[in-house]
Every structure is written in C-alpha cells, then in structure tokens.
Write a protein of this length. Sequence first.
Length: 327
Amino acid sequence: MYNNGNSSKNVTGASVVDGTLASADYADNGLSGDKIDGGIISNFQSTGIDDRLPTGKVLTLSTTGIDVTGTVTCDTTMSVAGAGTEIQIDDTDNTPLIRFRESGTTKAIITTAAGGNLRFLAGGSTERMKITSTGRMIIASAATVDESYIQAPVAGSSLGAFGSYSGSSSTRKHMRFENPNGVVGSIHTSGSSTAYNTSSDYRLKENVVPMTGSIDRLKALKPSNFNFIADAATTVDGFLAHEAGAVVPEAVSGEKDAMTDIGNVTNTEGEIVQENIAEPTELEEGQTWTKTGEQADYQGIDQSKLVPLLVSALQEAITRIETLESA
C-alpha cells in the first residue's frame, strides 16, 4: 500500500528485484502491468486512471516513444473529456501527422507543413486536399498547377466563393459535367475569357434538318419587363418561363405551378433530425419521413437556348429583305 496524500492505494506484485516490481497491480484504479522498472510500466492495462488531483493532467512520453511488441487490440471507444481538454502532437521538423494504416501499408495521412497548411494525403503519400493558412480549401494534387478551392470570407465581407485556378493562360478546363452518356458540358478559361459549354458534337446527333417557320415562332415569344418580388427596386428584361417553354421547351426547366411535398425526418425515438425537406430517396435505419406541407418548385430558364431560334428567324427575315431588294 502507498499513500499520495489524498488516498491510499493497494499495490501488489509478484516480486521486487533491484527496484523492479514484477506483475504490478494497482487494484484501486484498475492499472496493471508486466512490471515497473525505472519508472516505466511495461504492457500496462487500465480501466481508469485517477490520481485524485484537482489540477489538469499531462501525459509525457520520452523521446524514445512507445515501443509495443505484438498487436494491441482495442474494441472500445477512446474518449478524452473535460474542460480545456486537448490532444497535442508535436514534431521537431514542424510536420506532425496522423497516419492511417491497413495491413502495414499507409492508406491516408493527415499532416501539417511549415506555414500552417493542413494537408490530407490519400492513396499512400499523394496529397488530395489541403486547408491553407489563408482560409482556402484546395482540392487538387500538389503536383499540378490547377486548383479548385473554396475561399473563406475576405476581410470586411461576409461572402466567400468557390473558385478554380489555372496556372496557365492557355485553354484550361475548370469544371466538367458527366452522366452515363459521358461528358455533357464543361467550363473552360482561355486568356481573359470564360466559355460555358454544352455537348454539341455532330457525332452525337442524328435527323439533322434546317429550321423553318422561325419567324412565326419568334413572334410567339413574349419578352417583357418586370422585377422580382425579392428585388422590387430593380427592373429587368426577360421572359416568363412557362410562356417561353411553350415556344422553346428545351430552354425551360420544371413545370408550371409545380409544388413539392416537404416534411420532417424522425429517428426511432421520435426526435426530429431534419425539418422541412423533400422526401429523401433513402433513410437511415429506423428513420421515417412525414409530410408536413408543400413548397413551390419554381421553374427556371436557360436563355441561351433561344439563340438558335433567333438566328434562324433573322436568316428568314434577311432572305425576305433580299428578295424584296432584288425585285
């Protein structure tokens, strides 16, 4: 038994030889080990360490680190709790890291570097993402000049941005859109301009015929001036989506007066975990979705899809003008 000034502890061991306590067992706090030699507890186990001191505790490891022979298996959750609790990892070359391994092979690493960048490496040692000290989350390989990033709010502003950077002024693809048919669109930069592309290769098309009757269709469009309810002070030019869709259907998304059911997701205890969302295609085990109401599913318009009709109508008008001029 020993006494630390606050409470007594029962300590047992098989033997003490030259200051070494073999098969040590601190029964009061569940700490045991093969032996205690020179202040080092070998192969220790603990169900809870409590030295009864009111101040914060610091676990210090020597420069020799921890040497574990064999495999250590943990089938519970390690929890570090308490006010002001922190886990600190220091490294003399300023690159502390957490390494994730499987069968002895590194699968992923979280590390820092000089300058304060937090780096995420996957597939061994290849950098896949990093959060910079300036607030950018960059999704790219460190070996490339092209970067996609999310920019943190700048000083004096509440606005952030999603950005894509190219280290070249030549044509570079910044975003690509795909579905089971392949690449169906992209965003490119070149010099000082940006191109928003949708697939249009002739090899993707069939039954190609010239447009006719475009002037009559153009006259059916109803361009108008209006303001959005949310911005009453600004008047703009444009179309009502359902009216434009009657003439050029591919320019409009959604249906007129469409509504979407919304509801809450609850767990097995009946607690609401998500509110006022559309019915999910999948729910976690034990969760249910219950309709609580409806919300408007607004239409949209891609006015660039009107360009072919405008060009065709103008060509028809030019042909009529030229015919009149030659008469």
